[in-house]
Design a protein around this ligand. Sequence first.
Ligand SMILES: [Fe+2]
Length: 409
Amino acid sequence: MKEKWNLKRLIFNISSLVDLGQEVTSSKGFNDKMKTTLYVVTGMFSVPKAALFLYNSNSHNLELLTHKGLREIDGTSLYVRAKHIKIFKKNEPYNISEIKDNSFCEHNGGAFKKLQTKTFIPLFAKDEFVGAITLGKRLARGSYLPSEKDVLKVIANQMAITLHNSNLFKKLTNKVTENKKLYENMRHIYHDTIQAFAAAIDAKDVYTKNHSYRVARYAVAIAREIGWEGRDIEGIYVAGLLHDIGKIIIDRGVINKGEELNTMEISEIKRHPQISYDILSKIKFPWKDVVYFVKHHHERVDGKGYPDSLAETELSDGVKILALADAFDAMTTDRPYRGKLSLFDALREVKKCLGTQFDEKISKVFFRVLQKEIKGEIKEAQILPHLDKDFDPAIITTLLEAITAELTA
Ligand SMILES: [Fe+2]
């Protein structure tokens, strides 16, 4: 009879363990998973009241995670110190009267009473103390048989591993959030530094105040229109801000000379894209190809640009965008050796230089985006706010439509 009962018990325990295994590995949220696991345990051993605690290594307390059959115990915590953890046997069920350390029992006497604790199981994952289970009075029998204690130990071990993994996951998530914040801070610092650099570049050239800023904006407008997004947009913006950084090294007298430059001075000025590249290539930018956009912003599609006289096929869209944005701003602002062109004349000049200085596809996009900005079809206009307001929108629109029609024909 007793054997039959033991067999029944054993089958019950095994099926409960299977249930428990399924719970622990289920895709439920962590709290739900732990709650159901505790329910399986209490069902298995006929314990109507139980609680599960998580160890907080900062407060050195066991904090209530979930419970069953108890009332008004929210916020209950258990006092535990290193000396207690040291004497606990891993995942071993204790009758609380067996716990020898007085300070542990004294501090937790009140809480144990509220929790109606009879059995205390410290949870360890490998050597790390991660939490504890408290079990109340059993309905069927008082003490646990050695075989039941073994089953309890197996369950405690499972629960400890789950708690441990959850802790690791939380730590990892915190680390990721922290790193994300650090990255965001770094980006801000990066941007501020780059803006400061751009201001320094533009300050050197009295005629081109805010030139880098406008080039960056124009380049962003074109890049967005051809479908660039996110980091690529950031990259072209930064390239726009820094494209003339090499001018920092060029003689101020040459840059601001009010008359036509001689051959020597022209070759001096033409050094600046290479110098820009030399300076910037020492920086590990988080954006792709910034240094190449900068180095080649004076290249042309007919291969007559500098410093490398690259062929059209060797020029990326980024380079073509920056070259156009730079030249367009140069045309529409005063220079030491000539006055600025009107918007009408500048657009005709761009059209005239298609296939020689500028890329046709990119220029078409530029005409289109400017048209959209004039019509108010773009929420955040990037070009229009920086142009002189003395043009007639109707005339410019007609011109842009004519150019576009001619290019499409
Ligand atoms: Fe330049």
